[in-house]
Design a protein around this ligand. Structure first.
Ligand code: PLP
Length: 468
């Protein structure tokens, strides 16, 4: 099989950087599938699910940010929690981004990167931290951290009195997929008292942060949040502070990014113009990594309603309502598809093989901005002969349903492969091994010969650190 030795080499959980190949991502997926099928004939079956990750898509997303209306104004602090894969963090550090960390372990991971950022390029953006994490941040030299309550101020006073504090405020996140305001963010009415307390404790509050919610659907939420931040800057002045730092959080999505960045830029120009001297940062997660990861899963089982004559008896199928066929694949909601439960995602399959023959129709990758993956992707790809299917994960739990109803081409069999795009955000990092199923591993590529891919390859190659 093509590149088989190389694919075997890169198909490990923690690939060294030199194992990042440069095959276009869809070709890479097909190569791995073909390689495994060849092995299957020799009896050495390997149907395990895997991710193919294209670092050029991460690069593209950073470029998109930098060329957008906020590109020259808002610094990227990548939200590590979204996808802490070492090659992603390594590339981002080479591209000069900073980092949003939520825990001691994330801080340690970022600080041990081959090209580690200085600790002042990390914000500890978790408003409710265990005291030991605050002490560890002090030891690691990380001073910037968020808070949204009085107890946090007392903890910080004891564990890290020189911290540079950022007040996380509550904003309207009602139009977002994940409403973080249910858990975090000080209502504006509580901010004056918090700031007065911080002042009494002699703490250094440098500014304000917010998060409009992950998967934000309404760009105007950013306009409203910036306006609220401005109110809190004024409260800061009343309490004796001179804030020079604004963190606009995450919540950006590729489909709406152009509009969102324009709305954000306009609001910043009104409330925090450049001559105000306010440094503006953001904590994008999903936007930078979602498109970069494609998951390939194998159909490990299939159930189809038998005609009663075939079954020799009256068969009552208990299938999900209306589906003609039920497919069982080898990753599910306890694994990479946890994004369905935790991140409210709808995932879209397309076939990599039909009746064990490779397919040629693949979605354009990554989809252009403003193009959403169609709900019935196979139909969009031109498969006319489809049937209604439900798709299930491999565990014994009936909650493990990946799609209750989706159109898939006829002819799919046990052993065929389904691919799922846009799988880079909040997927593999939160996957469990429930029921004894391994997490899906990742094969890495810089993505081919496009200018972005060539640029990423050059950036990785130009790095001559100890790990290369
Ligand atoms: N910043 C904070 C504090 C978060 O909690 C999150 C996500 O939960 C992010 C940034 C990243 O958000 P997103 O992936 O929507 O950009």
């Amino acid at each position: 099989p093509p590149d088989s030795a190389r694919i075997r080499e890169i198909n490990k959980d923690s690939p060294a950087l030199e194992t990042v190949c440069d095959t276009p991502v869809h070709q890479l997926v097909q190569q791995v599938v073909a390689y495994r099928a060849v092995n299957d004939l020799s009896g050495d079956s390997d149907e395990t699910a895997f991710f193919a990750a294209d670092l050029s898509a991460v690069y593209q997303a950073v470029q998109m940010w930098r060329n957008s209306p906020i590109g020259d104004r808002v610094e990227i602090f990548y939200a590590v929690k979204c996808n802490p894969s070492p090659p992603v963090l390594h590339l981002l550090s080479l591209l000069g981004t900073s980092f949003d960390c939520a825990s001691t372990a994330e801080i340690a991971q970022v600080l041990s990167l081959p090209v580690a950022p200085s600790p002042d390029r990390i914000i500890f953006a978790n408003p409710c931290k265990p005291p030991s994490f605050i002490r560890a941040a002090a030891e690691q030299g990380v001073a910037m951290m968020t808070f949204d309550n009085a107890d946090e101020l007392y903890k910080i006073k004891r564990a890290h009195p020189d911290a540079r504090l950022v007040l996380r405020i509550l904003t309207d996140d009602s139009k977002s997929l994940c409403r973080l305001g249910l858990k975090f963010g000080a209502p504006l009415t509580t901010c004056p008292a918090l700031l007065t307390l911080a002042r009494q404790l002699g703490l250094n509050v440098i500014g304000v942060s917010f998060h409009v919610g992950s998967g934000c659907k309404d760009p105007m939420q950013f306009a409203d949040a910036v306006w609220r931040a401005k109110q809190v800057f004024e409260m800061g002045q009343q309490a004796g502070y001179d804030f020079k730092f604004l963190d606009v959080g995450g919540g950006f999505e590729r489909e709406t990014f152009q509009e969102m960045s324009q709305v954000l830029r306009d609001s910043l120009d009104v409330y925090f113009p450049e001559d105000s001297g306010v440094r503006v940062v953001a904590e994008p997660g999903r936007l930078l990594v979602s498109s970069a990861f494609t998951l390939a899963t194998n159909i490990i089982a299939r159930r189809r309603a038998l005609a009663s004559s075939e079954a020799g008896q009256q068969v009552e199928q208990e299938e999900s309502e209306g589906a003609d066929v039920m497919y069982y694949i080898n990753d599910g909601v306890y694994g990479s598809f946890n994004c369905i439960m935790f991140d409210h995602q709808i995932v879209h399959p397309y076939p990599l093989t039909i009746s064990h023959e490779p397919t040629v129709a693949v979605p354009s990758f990554p989809p252009p901005p403003n193009v959403q993956l169609a709900v019935d992707l196979p139909v969009q790809l031109g498969y006319n002969d489809t049937e209604k299917a439900s798709v299930w994960g491999p565990t014994c739990d009936s909650i493990d349903c990946v799609r209750q109803m989706v159109c898939l081409p006829k002819g799919l069999e046990v052993g065929d492969w389904l691919a799922w795009g846009e799988m880079g955000a909040y997927t593999l990092c939160a996957a469990s091994t429930f029921n004894g199923f391994n997490r899906s591993s990742v094969v890495w590529t810089t993505g081919g010969t496009s200018p972005d891919s060539v640029a990423v390859r050059a950036i990785l190659d130009s790095f001559a650190g100890p790990d290369r």
